[in-house]
Design a binder for this molecule. Structure first.
Ligand code: PRX
Length: 631
């Protein structure tokens, strides 16, 4: 075991040599000319002059040594399908999809939006884009027309790939009508829509625009589409995430840096080896799905499980049965899913042979101690909390098991991962807090390591102004999370500094939800806050001022309006963003300058002291909320 402190130090102080070594974990058509070009901070160009391809590294390069090994294991407990694709078969399917995209006019640099359930074709679509140098933008299938429309608008895709429906709890959820509505709402119109017909719901096809996948695939069964060699800095994808303003940001990722970062993370953090099986229980609509369902495991030559379904259907043992069946060695999930499983029969954890499993990685939200202890005792395997963001694409904080034998500490995702120069900054002065046990904003000194966002899609200015600040002579990236570092270098994450909330591991902007609710004709004003929840970590709570109070005179009318508001959010953003409750007040707590006091509302909802309220305009506003939640 290397000395981790030295490994981390070298990654920063001897940066180029360190990453030049990691770069050898992937195949290059042309070796990079420069490891890190940071001549224009905060824009970092990793592996400039190098040419490679993500699909080549994830698929083609394994054809020599492991053509018949499982690559993609698709399991749906929704439609009772299970299909294993070898690397050879995956290669064929990806080429078919790539051929169809080319036929539809997609060229290098064009955007392709993917709005799909967790089916194998979604993986083919992502890899096919990477193969031909198209930039994919996967939109989570749980998002509704409004969210989808704003992403179509921003990404301006030439083609959209979708399906007739997803399925949840055995019920089909039609996608096509939502997509049609989103295209109608967007001023950008795609040339073509490619649709996978799963036979779940009937679809109306628009002649000239909509195409079915099956016949086009059939036509291209044997079409050969070589990988396009791309500059390391060529964008591979955009993935939209919520931030401080209502409009979601398109996190833009490169090609070469991402390939290297993922390959290195599989080795040093996840300790996954070629020939083994990786199981990430996320969705391709999120960053974990991009990095650790699709690209990371495949680049490492591992089989990856793509699971469509609930963790408790047919029963709470389904995931463990897959671990046994496919001899999963590395598993990745979110604390919220473990909290769901914790409510199931504990015997289900003992029913299956889990001896293949080396570790369970958990990320996306704080890991509470009871959940960590329950799963750790149940599995008898190390639980590795790790902290990162859509923006970074791979862990910022973790215990890098491959190079560090340090113990984990409950409540801490671990230490700064190699490549990340993590700092804590004073909230007011922006100065670095060097001592132990001080609370500050978690920040990363530039350059960000390979694999992190290059910029915000189409908006370099927003990238710089949103994330970066200058501390004397250096630029630092803000994570928008509070943190503390102890004397051993372990960090503890204490929640967001902005208006982002985390519901069941899903990152949502309260402002987006507020915008949607404000669209209701009888809502004058609304504040949405995240409130602690035992199961989901946080839930959204809305407090709204109605325009015509004669419409909310009794419980029945209040419930009716609440249901209408929830329906509106469902239709706009999707059920993931639906507030747990919408309560009605006559005035919202604000500062004298008119700023909503969301933090005070949140504190009251969580039964905490709301702190200094001297700047509050009307103290009765907060009292109304107090009265509401205690009744
Ligand atoms: O607030 C932090 C929280 O989730 C945010 C990032 O969410 P997202 O972009 O969806 O990326 C998730 C990638 C796993 C962070 O800013 N977060 C993530 N991991 C942890 C966490 N909070 C506490 N502990 C974690 N391990």
């Amino acid at each position: 075991m290397t000395n981790y402190a030295e490994f981390h130090r070298r990654s920063l102080e001897d940066r180029d040599a360190f990453w030049a070594e990691q770069a050898q974990l992937v195949d290059w058509k042309t070796q990079p000319k420069q490891i890190c070009d940071y001549s224009n901070p905060p824009f970092a160009k990793w592996f400039a002059g190098g040419f490679t391809n993500l699909c080549h590294n994830a698929v083609d390069r394994h054809l020599k040594d492991r053509p018949d090994q499982a690559a993609l294991i698709f399991v749906s407990t929704e439609t009772n399908q299970e299909k294993v694709y070898s690397f050879h078969e995956l290669h064929a399917e990806v080429q078919r999809m790539a051929a169809v995209l080319k036929e539809l006019g997609v060229q290098k640099g064009d955007r392709v939006l993917i709005y799909m359930p967790m089916i194998a074709e979604a993986a083919f679509a992502m890899l096919a884009c990477a193969r031909i140098g198209a930039i994919h933008s996967v939109v989570f299938g749980g998002f509704a027309s409004g969210s989808l429309a704003s992403r179509i608008e921003d990404a301006s895709p030439k083609v959209i790939i979708s399906a007739d429906a997803g399925s949840r709890g055995g019920k089909a959820v039609a996608y096509k009508p939502l997509l049609d509505e989103a295209i109608r709402l967007s001023s950008h119109k795609p040339d073509s829509v490619l649709l996978v017909d799963r036979g779940l719901v009937a679809m109306n096809l628009l002649a000239g625009r909509d195409h079915l996948w099956a016949p086009l695939r059939q036509k291209n069964l044997n079409t050969v589409v070589p990988c396009e060699w791309l500059e390391a800095t060529h964008p591979s994808y955009t993935l939209y995430t919520s931030g401080t303003t209502g409009k979601p940001k398109g996190v833009q990722r490169d090609t070469g840096g991402y390939a290297v970062a993922l390959a290195a993370s599989l080795k040093h953090i996840f300790c996954g080896n070629a020939g083994e099986t990786y199981f990430a229980t996320s969705d391709i609509g999120w960053v974990v799905g991009h990095s650790y369902i699709i690209y990371g495991p495949l680049i490492a030559g591992m089989a990856t499980i793509m699971y469509e379904g609930l963790p408790i259907r047919p029963d709470g043992g389904i995931w463990w049965s897959l671990v046994e069946k496919y001899k999963v060695t590395v598993m990745f999930s979110a604390p919220t899913a473990i909290r769901v499983l914790k409510k199931q029969d504990p015997a289900l954890l003992k029913k299956y042979d889990l001896s293949s499993l080396r570790a369970l990685f958990l990320a996306g939200e704080p890991l509470d101690q009871p959940t960590a202890q329950w799963i750790s005792a149940g599995l008898g395997r190390p639980i590795v909390d790790n902290y990162w963001q859509t923006e970074t694409g791979w862990p910022i904080l973790a215990i890098c098991k491959g190079v560090d034998d340090a113990p984990t500490k409950f409540g801490s995702p671990g230490k700064a991962v190699y490549g990340y120069n993590v700092k804590l900054l004073d909230e007011n002065t922006g100065e670095e807090l060097k001592g132990a046990n001080q609370k500050g904003v978690v920040a990363i000194e530039g350059p960000l390591p390979p694999g992190c966002l290059q910029t915000v899609w189409g908006d370099d200015t927003r990238f710089v102004s949103t994330y970066w600040t200058t501390i004397p002579g250096r630029m630092v990236y803000s994570t928008f999370d509070w943190g503390i570092r102890d004397e051993d270098g372990y960090y503890f994450i204490l929640g967001r500094t902005d208006d982002v909330i985390n519901v069941a591991g899903h990152r949502l902007g309260t402002l987006e939800i507020e915008e949607s609710i404000s669209g209701h004709p009888n809502i004058a004003e609304v504040a949405v806050v995240g409130v602690a929840d035992q199961l989901k970590g946080q839930v959204a709570m809305a407090f709204a001022v109605v325009k015509d109070t004669s419409l909310v005179t009794d419980d029945a009318s209040r419930l009716k309006l609440e249901a209408e508001v929830m329906k509106l959010v469902d239709g706009d953003l999707g059920a993931v963003a639906r507030p747990a409750r919408v309560r009605f007040v006559t005035v919202l707590p604000k500062t004298r300058s008119g700023k909503l006091l969301r933090r005070a509302i949140q504190a009251v909802c969580e039964n905490r002291d709301p702190g200094d309220l001297t700047t509050m305009e009307d103290p009765a506003a907060l009292q109304q909320i107090k009265d509401l939640i205690t009744t």
